[in-house]
Write a new protein. Sequence first.
Length: 165
Amino acid sequence: MKNKNLLFMTQAAMIAAVYVALTYIFAPISFSEIQIRIAEALTILPVFTPAAIPGLFIGCLIGNTVGGALLPDIVCGSLATLIGAFFTWKLRNAHPFLAPIPPIVSNTLVVPFVLKYAYMVDLPILLMMLTVCIGEILSCGVLGLILYYALRPYKDRIFHTTLVA
């Protein structure tokens, strides 16, 4: 049981670290009303492990913080990622093409309001929903599914390894 908890925490920490690194490396396209956050491809990982849920949340929280986001963005954006990750995990036994839908929807519904009211972006909410949705489709849908199919053959070795005491 102790090793299982350690494995869970290690996986969550690694996912968070990769999310932060990708957000930081691709910062110029990870923020603003037109964004393609490459790190959002990782939102496919709850299909493989529930450890991705806290990992993605913490990664987004830290990524937004080091990226210079405002507090409403740090909180609300991270919660949108948490909600998306949780519902992706709930869809883990469904068709893989359904897995990216929760993070796409949650970010499309939350991020435009953060942009409008925290950053005072002077664009219509519906237009920002469209731009955020397109970015999420590219990152979660396209890149996320590429990641899914790249990891699927190795999922047992990567995500379900038993630790030796």
